[in-house]
Design a binder for this molecule. Structure first.
Ligand SMILES: [Fe+2]
Length: 389
């Protein structure tokens, strides 16, 4: 970016409360904002893990009135959002706590939209299409990956169209986020690795995108370094609180980076792949990330060299091009160490040529790939998908 000619904007609108066991401060935060009846929006996994019991006892001890909805599903749908909206209205709630992974936080954001904006949610797809600000969301993530705890985005699935739509709006920044790394220690390994790869995708895509600017570059590069140093030890032992803390930090920093730096071809493709074939978001990103990096590397050798260095590669004595290519091998080795599948075949998904074409066209039409540092056509997207078949 040429700072003499170009300008940029940046803002972070969520109050972050970071630290081990800071979940205990939730009653104080609720009292500060004067909420009278909060709705906890979570899923059955959190409810059965004991984490919800703990949250409820903290709220009871703090004399906070609350309601609980535990039926959030992975890949949250408009149908679920509408159901929670009814519950929110019936119980006279005035704020929503998204407690869980990206699905719980994105559902909470969806409910916030639905409560204040009647009608079909799909009309709010895209950027700044929501007329009215809804009730506030407090995000308490229990995974390290989504970044949704600080972003202005929610991704909701329209089941009729098998379509994952992104809604982006300044109304969607959570009011506050409690980042308590102790909540990560019970995460299953598969979820830890895949959500970690989602965070890495946010960091790499926002750092290299054509919308990157100095602040998002600084955040993205630091998140890449944190993930490079901590995702393996965190996957190996989720009770490693230092690794968990750094992953939680990385996830949120990468989220802050992509609010303004945006994501690109990886996310453009992972949304239709996830929407149509139920591939978890982090896994879809992980399949695509090295292939898209390979496609993009020539757009900016220096940036990809920087990624390689942050991921711990030794680039001494290499040409700029060779050093940049090391970023791709570093990500491939990380994926191999984490034992994440690298092809659709490995997860029993086979796409016909027609299906590949539909995914590529949907990815292109979403406009997400407009931020890719190297321009992509539908044909390019087709060959990227064919590489992971
Ligand atoms: Fe993502």
């Amino acid at each position: 970016m040429n700072l003499i000619k170009d300008s940029f904007e940046f803002g972070l609108h969520t109050q972050i409360h970071f630290g081990v066991n800071r979940i205990q401060e939730l009653p104080e935060i609720i009292k500060k904002y004067n909420y009278k009846n909060v709705l906890i929006c979570t899923d059955k996994g959190i409810a059965s893990s004991g984490a919800l019991d703990r949250l409820e006892s903290i709220l009871k001890d703090g004399e906070i009135k609350y309601e609980v909805f535990t039926e959030v599903e992975p890949d949250p749908t408009i149908r679920i959002v509408k159901k929670v909206e009814q519950f929110f209205i019936e119980r006279n709630c005035d704020a929503i706590i998204g407690f869980g992974g990206g699905s719980s936080i994105d559902t909470a954001k969806g409910v916030s939209i639905a409560v204040a904006n009647p009608g079909d949610l799909s009309k709010f797809e895209g950027k700044n299409q929501i007329p009215n600000k809804g009730p506030n969301v407090i995000a308490i993530p229990t995974t390290a990956g989504t970044g949704s705890e600080v972003t202005h985005a929610t991704v909701l699935k329209d089941e009729d169209r098998k379509y994952k739509m992104g809604i982006l709006s300044e109304h969607l920044h959570p009011k506050a986020a409690i980042l308590d790394p102790a909540l990560l220690t019970t995460l299953p390994k598969g979820l830890a690795t895949m959500t970690g790869m989602d965070a890495l995708s946010h960091a790499i895509e926002s750092y290299t995108s054509n919308q990157a600017q100095p602040i998002t570059e600084a955040l993205g590069l630091y998140a890449i370094e944190l993930i490079g140093k901590n995702l393996r030890p965190f996957a190996a032992d989720r009770t490693n609180i230092e690794a968990a803390s750094n992953m939680m930090l990385a996830s949120t920093i990468a989220g802050a980076a992509f609010i303004w730096g945006r994501v690109a071809a990886v996310h453009a493709l992972s949304h239709p792949l996830g929407g149509r074939y139920k591939i978890p978001h982090g896994l879809a990103n992980s399949l695509l990330l090295p292939i898209v990096m390979k496609y993009n590397v020539s757009s900016n050798f220096q940036k990809f060299k920087n990624i390689a260095v942050q991921l711990g590669e030794n680039v001494e004595g290499l040409s700029l091009r060779e050093a940049a290519a090391k970023s791709v091998t570093a990500v491939e080795e990380l994926i191999a160490d984490l034992e994440i599948p690298t092809t659709l075949k490995e997860i029993n998904i086979e796409l016909s040529d027609e299906e590949v074409q539909v995914v590529a066209e949907e990815a292109f039409a979403s406009g997400i790939a407009n931020a890719n540092p190297r321009q992509v056509s539908v044909k390019d997207l087709v060959s990227i998908i064919n590489t992971i078949k």
